[in-house]
Design a protein around this ligand. Structure first.
Ligand code: FES
Length: 150
């Protein structure tokens, strides 16, 4: 990551601990994860120990310390979705993407994740692609969804 890009990002935020989450959010948006040099620079900018930045970065699920794919595909594994076949959806996604849940495809296009109930149980089973909800999903729909994302 070019340090000048990162300096620009930091300049937008007051150098105080209260800015931590907002800054990390911006870094995550810009890079799709939180690179270690960014965490070190954020700690210096906010004048907090690196351990404090790490604790925030690892506490929130929205942050990732590993590079994510261009798109994030999430399969809800909450009870309602599970009962309606979420496991088969996850199996199909793993098969089609060629990666396991929690991993990113070799070409960097997708990261596959499972989530717990997101409060949309009426739509079960649910698949979320880049925050777009796809309800009443069937394994056969997975191929179409991934094809549409190409
Ligand atoms: S269990 Fe999937 S949205 Fe509630």
């Amino acid at each position: 990551m070019p340090s000048t890009d990162f300096a620009e990002l930091l300049e937008k935020h007051p150098p105080v601990e209260e800015s931590l989450i907002e800054i990390l959010h911006d870094v995550q948006l810009a890079h799709r994860y939180l690179p270690r040099p960014a965490l070190v620079a954020v700690a210096a900018h906010c004048a907090v120990p690196l351990a404090r930045v790490m604790s925030v970065a690892t506490f929130y699920k929205a942050f990732s310390l590993e590079p994510k794919g261009e798109k994030v595909l999430k399969v809800c594994m909450g009870t309602a979705c599970h009962v309606k076949g979420a496991s088969q959806l996850l199996d199909e996604a793993e098969r089609l993407l060629g990666c396991k849940c929690g991993e990113t495809t070799a070409d960097g296009r997708y990261t596959l994740e499972e989530v717990n109930c997101v409060g949309a149980c009426a739509m079960a089973p649910l698949v979320i692609e880049d925050e777009q909800y796809h309800g009443k999903f069937k394994p056969v729909d997975m191929k179409l969804l991934l094809k549409a994302g190409e």
